[in-house]
Design a protein around this ligand. Structure first.
Ligand code: GLC
Length: 733
């Protein structure tokens, strides 16, 4: 998104007429703050709730009297550049104050967390990434952009593209999994979907790729924890998705909370100025994460708020989310000379450019008729798209003795509180869905004409109901157990030291198995779970994640065979939590794990993932043969034949991996380089062609330099990172 000459001229003219306060105002983002209605500051109220001095109900009663301050006076004075509000008429009202009552009439950029849909919520990112469907990634983002604009939101704090290998971290749910290539393709598609439809101001928003950078590498999977790694690891694993997003023209970036190698990203000049704005060429602006500038004092990199604000501004942090530190301190610091005025001008230039690019100076308002349309209901095509996304994101992990798909004649005992709770289908970071738009698994099965009875035997929390369990086991021909996590068990601040099934759900499954009836397990979860026991004892397991508003329809269709699951895991699943972090693209080590003692293994657990990246079954089968590699100019053409060996049409996701067998740095045993979705009828076979540029076989060294080194390479093609055909080839660049 390079600024045009006209846009540059507009920004320069406006900048030249702004006072220092007005410039700093553009760098200040506000949220409605809770005020009044009680006699203690809001943060004190939260502490009182957290340490139990007041109960949840007392808190609720107090909040019922609370008023919200939308900072109208500061907006009128030109001291606010951005707000975070989701109510469309509120957004129109605030824009009107900014445009018609402030001195220069600069509109607000209004941001919100629209991570996987606004009202039409589609699967959480870790699930959607299992579709390996770039077209799907793009069209769901385009839908989110249109729904955002229809609510006065013109900036999405999305896509979240943090690579993550440790599923103890709750935010693994928000991103596209462990692989840099899948993450990069996901990032590009999301940026295109959010930003590229300029056919109307109501069809695109500014993206905000986050969290820059390596937030997913937080030590021990504990949220906000420290991260440290080599430069080569940073460049080869955690930066690729951000580089891809910048190449695709992402408008903004949100810095991550964590420190990286001792310097918090929020004040990390090398990351923000040298890499992001310099090497990657960000044309838009960087925003801090919530309160992150103030937290630099707690990190221990700044003595006080003023110091943190100066460090952030000098490091290239353009906008302050929620602390008012820029608003309170930067003017004095510019006048003292600690912050050069050019630093302010650069930040404000970037912010104004994005506002111009968004067309906000032409029209920042939402038409009333559009607001009313959404009040009447969701566009049918949005609902249909949510269902498509849900269907493509499920992963069949196990299907012993072909219990699945079920027959509509079978009497189903549906078990588990998650199965009947439409409020749980959207998962973490979905903030605008309405219950009436959501379909539970129970409702989906009933609507699909299944012969189903429901038994609330227990769930992720609380006790089991023995009577209901007994009835479920007695009544049904087959038991469908829906188990997993509530939406509050993943997402931000949801790290767990034990990622096996929470509560008494494993006990529930044992009791169901003891009935002797066939048991189908449907997982509703936001993160990979440690499923060693389940994989050993359960005959059929369908990973259904949190699939969004049409989860119930999609799961019912998969269980009844109307849909053949095609998803492949975007993140590895461990057998036990102690294996975390576990991922496929690891270095070999000098003693790769094996059955012999003196190798990289555990005495008490498997050394490999239970279900690896790229794994997923189907109701049919696929066979690969005739792998061929031909060098054509500066590319390799890699072909393979894939055949449907079963009785059902199915979609296979063929994956291409490579290994640089010997290099100046040890390289992963496999790296995903391409993938292709292919639909095959029973008995049908197709030739899949991958065209791989030779210069994609390189890697970044510890100076951040990209290296192409002659030598032996291995090429793998198959239906998962573990189950592949392989050919070797010596390459000379
Ligand atoms: C949160 C999250 C970030 C989100 C922001 C605004 O703390 O880290 O992902 O966009 O605050 O809600």
């Amino acid at each position: 998104m390079k600024p045009t000459q006209e846009q540059k001229a507009f920004v320069e003219d406006l900048l030249s007429r702004m006072t220092l306060e007005e410039k700093i105002g553009q760098m200040n983002q506000e949220s409605p703050s809770i005020v009044g209605g009680f006699d203690v500051p809001f943060h004190e109220l939260i502490e009182m709730l957290t340490d139990g001095r007041i109960s949840q109900e007392e808190f609720g009663k107090i909040m019922a009297n609370a008023k919200q301050d939308y900072h109208e006076d500061d907006i009128r004075a030109g001291l606010v550049g951005s707000m975070m509000v989701k109510e469309p008429r509120e957004n129109n009202r605030l824009q009107k104050i900014a445009v018609e009552e402030s001195r220069l009439g600069i509109p607000l950029i209004i941001g919100f967390d629209v991570i996987h849909g606004f009202r039409s919520v589609f699967p959480i990112a870790i699930a959607e990434a299992c579709s390996f469907d770039d077209d799907l990634f793009e069209v769901t983002a385009h839908m989110a952009a249109r729904e955002s604009r229809a609510h006065g939101i013109n900036w999405n704090f999305a896509p979240m593209i943090d690579a993550a290998r440790d599923s103890r971290w709750g935010r693994v749910s928000e991103g596209p999994g462990e692989d840099p290539l899948l993450g990069s393709r996901f990032a590009r598609a999301k940026i295109r979907g959010l930003q590229n439809d300029h056919s109307s101001l109501l069809n695109y928003v500014a993206a905000c790729t986050k969290h820059y950078v390596a937030y997913g590498a937080c030590e021990s999977g504990r949220d906000y924890n420290t991260t440290s790694m080599s430069v080569s690891n940073l460049y080869n694993v955690y930066l690729p998705a951000f580089r891809a997003a910048m190449d695709e023209g992402a408008a903004t970036v949100m810095a991550a909370f964590n420190d990286l190698n001792g310097v918090p990203c929020t004040v990390n000049k090398w990351l923000l100025r040298d890499v992001l704005k310099g090497e990657f060429g960000l044309d838009g602006f960087v925003v801090s994460d919530a309160n992150a500038i103030r937290e630099c004092v707690i990190h221990g990199i700044a003595e006080d708020d003023r110091d943190a604000g100066v460090e952030a501004a000098l490091a290239g942090m353009d906008m302050d989310m929620g602390t008012h530190i820029y608003k309170d301190y930067l003017k004095a610091e510019v006048e003292k000379g600690t912050v050069p005025p050019e630093v302010i001008d650069e930040a404000v230039r970037r912010i104004l450019f994005v506002k111009v690019w968004l067309g906000l100076f032409d029209n920042p308002y939402v038409p009333e008729e559009l607001i009313e349309a959404y009040e009447k209901g969701l566009p049918k095509e949005h609902v249909a798209l949510c269902r498509r996304a849900a269907e493509e994101s499920m992963v069949l992990l196990k299907n012993e003795s072909v219990i699945l798909p079920l027959d509509r004649k079978q009497k189903i005992s549906l078990v588990g509180t998650l199965a009947d709770d439409r409020n749980e289908v959207c998962g973490a970071w979905a903030m605008a869905w309405k219950p009436e738009d959501c379909v539970s698994i129970r409702a989906g099965l009933e609507a699909a004409g299944a012969n189903v009875s429901y038994y609330p035997c227990g769930g992720p929390e609380g006790e089991l109901n023995e009577e209901e369990i007994a009835s479920a086991c007695a009544e049904g021909d087959v038991i469908v157990a829906v188990v997993g996590e509530t939406d509050a068990m993943s997402g931000e601040a949801s790290s767990k030291a034990d990622i096996s099934l929470p509560g008494k759900q494993r006990v529930l499954l044992e009791k169901l198995l003891a009935s002797g009836k066939p048991v189908v397990t449907v997982l509703m979860n936001g993160r990979p779970l440690a499923l060693g026991w389940e994989a050993e004892h359960l005959p059929a397991i369908l990973e259904a994640w949190h699939l969004g508003i049409r989860m119930g329809d999609a799961v019912a269709a998969a269980l009844l065979g109307d849909v053949n699951p095609s998803g492949k895991l975007s993140s590895s699943f461990p057998a036990v939590t102690g294996q975390c972090p576990v991922y496929y693209n690891h270095p070999s080590t000098g003693r790769p794990g094996s059955k012999s003692k003196f190798t990289s293994r555990y005495l008490d657990a498997p050394w490999e993932a239970l279900y690896p990246f790229g794994y997923g079954l189907s109701y049919t089968g696929f066979a690969y043969d005739d792998l061929q590699i031909h060098k054509i100019g500066k590319c390799l053409e890699i072909t393979v034949r894939v055949r449907n060996t079963g009785e059902r049409t199915g979609t296979e996701i063929a994956q291409l991996y490579t290994q640089d067998v010997s290099a100046s740095l040890v390289r992963p045993v496999k790296e995903l380089k391409d993938y292709r979705r292919i639909e095959l009828k029973p008995g049908e076979e197709k030739k899949v062609i991958f065209v791989l540029p030779l210069d994609s076989l390189g890697f970044y060294d510890n100076e951040g330099k990209y290296r192409l080194e002659d030598g032996l390479f291995r090429f793998f093609v198959g239906g998962s990172s573990r189950d592949c055909m392989m050919k070797e080839l010596r390459i000379k660049f």
